[in-house]
Every structure is written in C-alpha cells, then in structure tokens.
Ligand binder design. Structure first.
Ligand code: AMP
Length: 212
C-alpha cells in the first residue's frame, strides 16, 4: 500500500497517517517532520530549509526531492508507506513518478480555510516524536505531555497566526493543483475532513478498505 495524503496544513494528514500506520503496520514519512529534525540538528539540509519553513513558504523542490528519495530507499519503505505532506508541488509529484514510485491511492482531506485557521491555532506537537494533538479536538491524556513517548508538547513556530495565512496561500497556489494532477491519473479519493476526528478516520478507512 503506497499512499499519499493531500490537504491543507492542519487538515489532519499527520493524524490520519499515525492511525493508518498503526492499523496497516507501514511507515509514514512526513517531510515536515524530517525537515524539522534537520533544522534542529543543523544539518546541511536543515540550514537550507530553515528560512523557508519559518516564513511559511515551501522548501525548494530539489532539497525536498533529495530528502524523499533517500527516505524511500530505506529497507522499511519497500513494503509500502504513507507520504504525509509530500508531494506539495507538481514538480515533486513528477519526481516521484520518475523514481518509479507506483502510488496506490491519493487521499485528499478537504477542510475550509476558516476551519484550518481554527485547527492550527489549537495544534500542539510533540517535540520528541512529532505526534500531533489539538487542545480541543485531540487533547493529550496529560496536559502538554505526549501520549506516545512522554515528550513535551509545543506550539510549532509556523503555527503562529501570521504564518498560518502565508501557509494557506502557499497551499492554494502550489499544492492544490495536485488534486487535478492525481484526479487525471485516476488515483484521487476525496474525503471531507470532519470536526469529529473519528468521523474523518471512518471516511479514510472506507477508502482504504476498497484497496485491500
Ligand atoms: P508540514 O509539517 O508538513 O506542515 O511542513 C512544515 C513546513 O516544512 C512547510 O511549511 C514547508 O516549509 C516545509 N515542507 C514540508 N514538506 C514540504 C514539501 N514536500 N515541499 C516543500 N516544503 C515542505
């Protein structure tokens, strides 16, 4: 099973990726998490990515394509995977095709801009493992502590209100065209992102059951 999760930032891609990962026992690759780790460790990739990420802009395609190429060559990627937050441009989607990656399904989680702003402002992420939470929709069991690894929950720097609007603009201009890209290839499944998380999970599960 090789899946792509599409959707605006905060649509719930990371949360659904975690759920699918546990259910099907396949890894999820989030370029956002990989890049944040690179920034934290001040690697060469991290140094190239930081200013774009802080501004809510996309990291250049060649940097992201190199990151994902390397990740997909790892042994744990061979049986299947979920791509969360990549591709984000048509150039990245074309690069995946050129790598010979045969995607089973692309799930687009659709959420209005108004709801995205509400969701991102309540989002908290684990600074250790990257798991995501929401103060209202998906609270952790203990305040500010990750259920998975006991790491500390923080507000992402790019979830500040001024950056959220820049990220939404970037999404509409550069990532939304991928919906048509994958529709034309007959790969697209559309899911309405519900306020109730379990509702979205049930809709995604239906799409995946059709693939089994
Ligand atoms: P995310 O955690 O997916 O919201 O990503 C956080 C930030 O990392 C984005 O706002 C971009 O700056 C960068 N990023 C993550 N994935 C990509 C990608 N596929 N292409 C370009 N930039 C990316």
């Amino acid at each position: 099973m090789k899946l792509i999760l599409l959707g605006a930032p905060g649509a719930g891609k990371g949360t659904q990726a975690e759920i699918i990962c546990d259910k099907y026992n396949i890894p999820a690759f989030s370029t956002g998490n990989i890049l944040r780790e690179a920034v934290k460790n001040e690697t060469e990739t991290g140094l190239k990515a930081k200013e774009y990420m802080d501004a809510g802009a996309l990291v250049p395609d060649e940097v992201v394509i190199a990151v994902i190429r390397e990740r997909l060559e790892e042994p744990d990627a061979q049986a299947g995977f979920i791509l969360d937050g990549v591709p984000r441009t048509v150039a990245q989607a074309e690069a995946l095709e050129q790598m010979g990656v045969d995607i089973s399904r692309v799930i687009n989680i659709n959420v209005s801009d108004e709801d995205i702003v509400k969701r991102l402002s309540g989002r908290r992420v684990c600074e250790t493992c990257g798991a995501s939470y929401h103060t209202i929709y998906k609270p952790s069991k203990q305040p500010n502590i990750c259920d998975r690894c006991n790491g500390r929950l923080i507000v992402r720097k790019d979830d500040e209100p001024s950056t959220i609007l820049a990220r939404l603009k970037t999404y509409h201009e550069q990532t939304e065209p991928l919906i048509e890209f994958y529709r034309k290839r007959g790969k697209l499944a559309e899911v309405e992102g519900a306020e109730d998380l379990s509702e979205t999970t049930a809709r995604v599960a239906k799409v995946l059951e059709a693939l089994e």
